[in-house]
Ligand binder design. Structure first.
Ligand code: AMP
Length: 270
């Protein structure tokens, strides 16, 4: 992969990179489509990164379907589908990790200790291998996007990060590889995540700026659908992810909840 990227660079060609864990859906494909627009060469990586999963998480059962993923990518201009093995990325005696100190403490970082350390480490490694000019990330993983923007700035990586909006089903459910785990009944419950966010947005647009009240309203939507295992529902500054007192336009509303055994996340910018 690195040899190929070096050849492209010598020819002054630009590379756009889409890192994924596979089990591709239209959300991922929107990133690939954007990559095709911004550069003449697109690289997609498929790597279920062990270091970003906690011990009791779904690393083992995460969907792996390389054939299906290749079919989904076939309509796009993809030079390389980079599918490294864990032993290549983390060879024996691997011991160097990257941490984004503050941003990793809140939201998903709080309930998934070590998650963003794994994400930051693998993204830096993938950037070093692929040598992209552009890297495309979805706002679905909003905190991940902020962590990566920060590390790119802090380490002078010179990769342009391009954020892309969340792709949703018609009824509002944010596309996720983990939606495949949901039963019909659970899928109905899962809809309440996007509903809670929309209801907060509607109240905000209707004039309510009281963060506590807005959150109460969102929580009521979740509880009404019998979603009780809520990791967080929070309103934060969308740049530094700090808590805010009075809700303002541009703030992030983010939610994470477990539906059965499936942990789902979603967010909206007010
Ligand atoms: P993953 O394979 O889940 O690690 O995701 C790979 C990339 O796809 C990340 O940048 C995600 O934010 C992005 N992504 C996942 N789901 C969506 C979605 N529904 N809309 C837009 N981007 C998404």
């Amino acid at each position: 992969m690195n040899e190929y990227s070096k050849e492209l660079k010598q020819g002054n060609h630009k590379i756009a990179f889409v890192p994924t864990m596979g089990a591709l859906h239209d959300g991922h494909l929107s990133l690939v489509s954007r990559a095709n627009e911004v550069a003449e060469h697109t690289v997609v990586s498929i790597f279920v990164n062990p270091t970003q999963f906690g011990q009791n998480e779904d690393f083992g059962k995460y969907t792996r379907d390389l054939e299906g993923d290749m079919d989904k990518l076939s309509p796009y201009r993809v030079d390389t589908i980079f599918t490294p093995e864990a032993k290549d990325i983390y060879p024996e005696n691997f011991q160097t990790y990257l941490e984004v100190a503050e941003l990793q403490k809140v939201l998903c970082g709080k309930s998934r200790p070590g998650h963003f350390r794994g994400v930051a480490t693998v993204v830096l490694k993938l950037f070093n291998i692929v040598q992209p000019d552009f890297a495309i990330f979805g706002q679905k993983d909003f905190q991940q996007l902020k962590v990566i923007e920060r590390l790119v700035k802090d380490l002078h990586l010179g990769v342009e990060i391009i954020p892309m909006p969340i792709v949703r089903e018609k009824d509002g459910l944010a596309l996720s590889s983990r939606n495949a785990y949901l039963s019909d009944e659970e899928r109905l419950k899962a809809l309440s995540l996007s509903k809670a966010l929309s209801s907060i947005k509607a109240s905000f647009q209707g004039g309510c700026k009281d963060t506590g009240k807005l959150l109460e309203e969102g929580l009521a939507v979740l509880k009404n659908s019998d979603v009780n295992d809520i990791d967080y529902l929070e309103i934060r500054d969308s740049e530094n992810l700090e808590l805010i007192k009075t809700t303002q336009s541009g703030n992030l509303v983010a939610v994470a909840a477990r539906i059965g055994n499936t942990r789902l996340i979603d967010n909206i910018i007010l």
